[in-house]
Design a protein around this ligand. Structure first.
Ligand SMILES: NC(=O)C1=CN([C@@H]2O[C@H](COP(=O)(O)OP(=O)(O)OC[C@H]3O[C@@H](n4cnc5c(N)ncnc54)[C@H](OP(=O)(O)O)[C@@H]3O)[C@@H](O)[C@H]2O)C=CC1
Ligand SMILES: O=C(CO)[C@H](O)[C@H](O)COP(=O)(O)O
Length: 470
């Protein structure tokens, strides 16, 4: 058989099929393989205009590809990726490449890259974001690892990616598993942004007493300003969808228990390992987990009720809530980028935060106009210690903090849980505190465990006999 396809996709579900259609739209000769025959049929139906066809046999699929072969995986993350690699590698030649574009854990990607390089196969991990529509019409992509393999697919990735001001939303992220690491942190930020929007919804509904129509209008108004983002657009649109079964709003019949696939949790786990705090992202992971305790929540809501007070000036509170959302949004990105900087040093990923914020401006789930400011901040100062260190961000913080404080106070006094808003504000206050009370923590550690402490007036390590002075 004549080798003719430039790239082959394994896994023709939501992401794989749509990305393949996107590649075909851009003039690339591509094909696919899925163990599910219905997926092959769907690819053929959707790709009729390009005569797009897949293979039922993995061997025929592999043999149909140009040498060196470019094979992309978009199968569920975890053990399935290993089993697909095991199946396909015996059919490959040295120099062929495998690109794993699913949400794989970065440690799995590191291991696979080493195992496959021993076999002469180029492997790299690539995070992809944008969901179904992004894959179809322009995602943001975060490839990292083997640069030879990246260069061999670079023209395809640049062609199919989203574009902002003509720049493709894809760039080489760095060595090792850096691509999957950056995608994982992208998802941590995604969890945080989703949770702050949920908290804003709670306050609009339960403090201001807005109905779904008013909530839609408020989100629409906000999305016409500095909060403009994909997640706010999606959130706004949810409030106009009716349920065909009840005739009411669909949002009102959805259970208040959120699920997750793990990328947010992984972000929190690695932040603990690297001792680089991302409390707002952590709270968003916990909020999903706490939501599962429905029976307990129902019982406790009856046993421990809380009196709510009325907000007198509705319009002023709405303005402050917009400020709180913007502040929590800045903080979500700030924490994610701070974690990336620490991980880059620890894992030698050579991450470029300017380029990462540049490719997040379009195509991905966390795209927002705010990312343009963030990109400009890192462009001006590539070694920026923290997003809060940028002067233009500082000017914005000064404007929105008073309103944010009032939103947090109002929510707390009304007994409304706002884990992300509150933790973002406390994080901000922790970082702008010159003299923290943690001298006491050091004294306590030395008191009960002789763990020693340092002094502010003298170099060295000290230990006090605390009981002697009692
Ligand atoms: N959906 C999204 O919005 C996003 C998803 N991702 C990530 O992309 C990856 C793919 O996700 P998505 O497209 O949504 O998943 P889907 O479940 O829609 O598609 C995966 C496809 O892979 C097939 N598959 C499973 N095992 C094999 C195998 N051994 N050989 C060949 N094909 C196989 C599945 O078949 P079958 O169903 O029969 O098992 C299915 O058709 C995941 O890692 C996901 O986390 C990343 C960004 C966004
Ligand atoms: O990767 C994505 C977008 O960038 C997925 O939408 C994300 O995996 C969804 O995660 P979860 O199911 O945990 O909410």
């Amino acid at each position: 058989m004549k080798n003719k396809y430039t790239l082959g996709m394994i896994g023709l579900g939501t992401m794989g099929r749509n990305l393949l259609l996107n590649m075909a739209d851009n003039g690339f000769q591509v094909t696919g393989y899925d163990k599910d025959a219905r997926m092959l049929q769907k690819l053929e139906e959707d790709g009729k205009a390009h005569n797009l066809k897949g293979f039922e046999s993995l061997t025929d699929f592999v043999q149909s590809l140009e040498l060196p072969r470019r094979i992309m995986l978009l199968v569920p993350a975890g053990a399935i990726v290993d089993s697909v690699i095991q199946e396909v590698v015996p059919l490959l030649d040295k120099g062929d490449m495998i690109i794993d574009s699913g949400n794989s854990h970065y440690t799995d990607t590191s291991r696979r890259a080493i195992e496959l390089s021993d076999k002469g196969i180029h492997f790299f991990g690539m995070g992809i974001s944008g969901g179904e529509e992004g894959a179809r019409f322009g995602p943001s992509m975060m490839p990292g690892g083997d640069k030879t393999a990246y260069n061999a697919v670079k023209p395809i990735l640049e062609a199919v990616s989203a574009k902002v001001n003509g720049d493709p939303c894809v760039t080489y992220i760095g060595p090792g598993a850096s691509g999957h690491f950056v995608k994982m942190v992208h998802n941590g930020i995604e969890y945080s942004m989703m949770q702050i929007l949920a908290e804003a919804y709670d306050l609009l509904k339960n403090v201001l007493g807005y109905n779904n129509g008013q909530i839609f209008s408020t989100f629409e108004k906000w999305n016409n300003g500095r909060l403009k983002s994909f997640l706010l657009e999606v959130t706004r649109d949810i409030f106009k969808v009716k349920d065909p079964k009840t005739g009411g709003y669909l949002i009102d019949v959805i259970k208040d228990q959120a699920k997750s696939k793990g990328t947010g949790k992984w972000t929190s786990q690695v932040s603990m390992d690297l001792q680089l705090p991302i409390p707002t992202i952590n709270e968003s992971v916990s909020a999903r987990d706490l939501s599962k305790f429905k029976t307990l929540r129902v019982a406790l809501s009856k046993a421990l009720p809380h009196q709510q007070t009325k907000v007198e000036d509705t319009a002023a509170f709405e303005v402050q809530l917009e400020q709180a959302l913007y502040f929590a949004m800045i903080t979500s990105y700030a924490q994610g980028l701070h974690l990336l900087e620490q991980a880059s040093a620890e894992f030698k990923y050579e991450l470029n935060l300017k380029e990462i914020s540049q490719i997040w401006r379009g195509g991905c789930i966390i795209r927002a106009v705010l990312l343009e400011d963030i990109y400009q901040a890192y462009k001006k100062q590539p070694e920026l210690p923290h997003l809060y260190s940028d002067e233009s961000i500082q000017n914005q913080l000064k404007e929105i903090i008073p309103g944010t404080r009032n939103v947090v106070i109002t929510a707390l006094s009304n007994g409304i849980a706002i884990p992300c808003f509150a933790s973002a504000l406390t994080y901000y206050d922790s970082l702008r505190t010159e003299n923290s009370p943690l001298n006491l923590t050091q004294a306590q550690r030395d008191f009960f465990g002789a763990h020693t402490f340092e002094r502010i007036d003298e170099e060295g390590i000290f230990h006090a006999n605390w009981n002697e002075n009692n």
